[in-house]
Design a protein around this ligand. Structure first.
Ligand SMILES: Nc1ncnc2c1ncn2[C@@H]1O[C@H](COP(=O)(O)OP(=O)(O)O)[C@@H](O)[C@H]1O
Ligand SMILES: N[C@@H](CC(=O)OP(=O)(O)O)C(=O)O
Length: 351
C-alpha cells in the first residue's frame, strides 16, 4: 500500500454524541492536534437536532425552534461563546419555514431545514477555538462538497469538489483551523444532504482530497467492536479492521462508520476511530485486518431485523439465513428478539 499523504495534515470528525456530551474534550483534542499538525475539523449536529429539524420541516411548529435555540444557547454559554452570533441562523430558519413554496421540491426544502443542525454547531466550535487562541474559520460545505440533486441522499461530484477544496487549502496555509459542516453539500446553490450519518463521509472525502495523513472519527465509543458494545456487553474492541471489513460491516448496519465513508479512503489513507471524552484511539482501519468477525444489525421491516456476521461465510446459528456474500452472512430475526439473538450469536462465535 502506498500512501501519498501530506505528512502533517489530519481531518478529525466529531459526531453528534460528542457535540452533545463531550464538547470541551473535543475542543481540547483539537488544540492538542493543532500543536503538531494542520487540522481540519468536521462536525455533526448536536445529537437529536437533525431528528428535531426533520420533524420541524413537517410540522412547522415554532416551539421546536425555541427548543433547538435553547440547546444551542446552553452549549454556547458553557463554551464561553456569545449566543447572539447564532441569531441570524434562527432568523433564516423561520424565513425558510415560511417559504417552502419557493423551493423546487419538498426534498430541497427539507435539506435546507436539516442544514441548520451542522451550521449551528460549527459556529459555536469555531468561536470556542478562537477564544482558546486558535485561528479558526467556519466552512459551509455548501461551497465545497458539490453533489447532484438527489436531495436527502445526494451523490458527491468528486471532480467538482476537488476544484473547490482550494478554499480549505487556503485556510490551512493561513494557519487556520477550518471547521466544516458535515453531512451537507450543494447543488447549484441549493442545499443537499449526503444521507443520515453522512458526516463520516464528509470527513473521508476531505481527507482524501486534502491528502491527509489520517481521518479520525471521534465518537462515544473507542472504535469498532466485535458487536455494538451497548447491546453486547462481552463485545471486544478491534485494533485493526480492513477497509473491506469496515465497508461490509457498515453496509450491514454497523453505525460506528457510515457506509459511504470507506470508498474515498480505501487503499489511500487510514481511518482511525476513537472516543472523544478520553482521547483514546481504538481502531485503525487500513489494509490490515485482525481477522476477527464483526456482528452487525439493522431493521428489515416493522417486525424483522437482520443480524450480519462480517468475516465468516458459515455460522451454525438457529435462525434463517437472510443473505450471504463473499465474506459475510446474515440471519433474519424478530425485532423483539434482536438483543438476545445478538448476544447468543456473539457467544456462539466467540465462546
Ligand atoms: N460494532 C460496533 N462497534 C462500535 N460501535 C458500534 C458498533 N455497532 C454499533 N455501534 C454503535 O455506534 C455508535 C456510534 O455511532 P453514532 O451514534 O453514529 O456516533 P456519533 O454520534 O459519534 O456519530 C456507538 O454508540 C455504538 O452504539
Ligand atoms: N446530523 C446528521 C449527520 C451525522 O453524521 O450525524 P452523526 O455523526 O451524529 O451520526 C445525522 O444525524 O444524520
Amino acid at each position: 500500500m502506498i500512501y501519498k499523504l501530506s505528512n502533517k495534515r489530519i481531518v478529525v470528525k466529531f459526531g453528534g454524541s460528542s457535540i452533545k456530551d463531550s464538547f470541551r474534550e473535543a475542543l481540547e483534542f483539537v488544540l492538542k492536534l493543532h500543536e503538531e499538525n494542520e487540522v481540519v475539523v468536521v462536525l455533526s449536529a448536536l445529537r437529536g437536532v437533525t431528528d428535531a429539524l426533520l420533524g420541524l420541516a413537517e410540522s412547522k411548529d415554532k416551539s421546536v425552534i425555541g427548543k433547538i435555540a435553547r440547546k444551542h444557547s446552553i452549549l454556547a454559554d458553557e463554551s464561553g461563546v456569545d449566543c447572539d452570533i447564532l441569531e441570524p441562523l434562527f432568523v433564516e430558519l423561520e424565513c425558510v419555514l415560511k417559504n417552502e413554496r419557493r423551493f423546487p421540491n419538498k426534498g430541497a426544502f427539507i435539506d435546507h431545514v436539516l442544514s441548520f443542525g451542522e451550521r449551528l454547531s460549527v459556529i459555536i466550535f469555531a468561536n470556542a477555538l478562537e477564544n482558546s487562541g486558535i485561528r479558526s474559520e467556519v466552512v459551509d460545505a455548501l461551497h465545497v462538497i458539490k453533489t447532484d440533486d438527489n436531495f436527502g441522499n445526494a451523490a458527491v461530484d468528486f471532480s467538482g469538489t476537488a476544484k473547490r477544496i482550494k478554499l480549505i487549502e487556503k485556510l490551512l496555509n493561513e494557519g487556520k483551523v477550518p471547521v466544516v459542516t458535515g453531512f451537507l453539500g450543494g447543488y447549484k446553490g441549493l442545499r443537499t444532504t449526503l444521507g443520515r450519518g453522512g458526516s463520516d463521509y464528509t470527513a473521508t472525502i476531505l481527507g482524501s482530497l486534502l491528502e491527509a495523513r489520517a481521518v479520525l472519527i471521534m465518537s462515544d465509543v473507542r472504535g469498532i467492536y466485535t458487536a455494538d458494545p451497548r447491546i453486547v456487553k462481552d463485545a471486544k474492541l478491534l485494533p485493526f479492521v480492513s477497509y473491506e471489513e469496515a465497508l461490509n460491516a457498515s453496509a450491514l448496519g454497523m453505525r460506528a462508520l457510515h457506509e459511504k465513508s470507506i470508498c474515498p479512503v480505501m487503499g489511500r489513507l487510514p481511518v482511525i476511530l476513537g472516543k472523544t471524552d478520553s482521547y483514546r484511539l481504538g481502531t485503525f482501519v487500513s489494509d490490515i485486518s485482525a481477522e476477527v468477525p464483526i456482528l452487525t444489525y439493522k431493521p428489515v421491516n416493522e417486525n424483522f431485523a437482520c443480524i450480519g456476521v462480517v468475516g465468516l461465510r458459515e455460522v451454525n446459528f438457529n435462525a434463517p439465513i437472510y443473505k450471504k456474500g463473499k465474506n459475510w452472512i446474515s440471519f433474519l430475526v424478530k425485532r423483539e428478539e434482536l438483543e438476545n439473538s445478538l448476544n447468543d450469536l456473539h457467544e456462539v462465535i466467540f465462546k
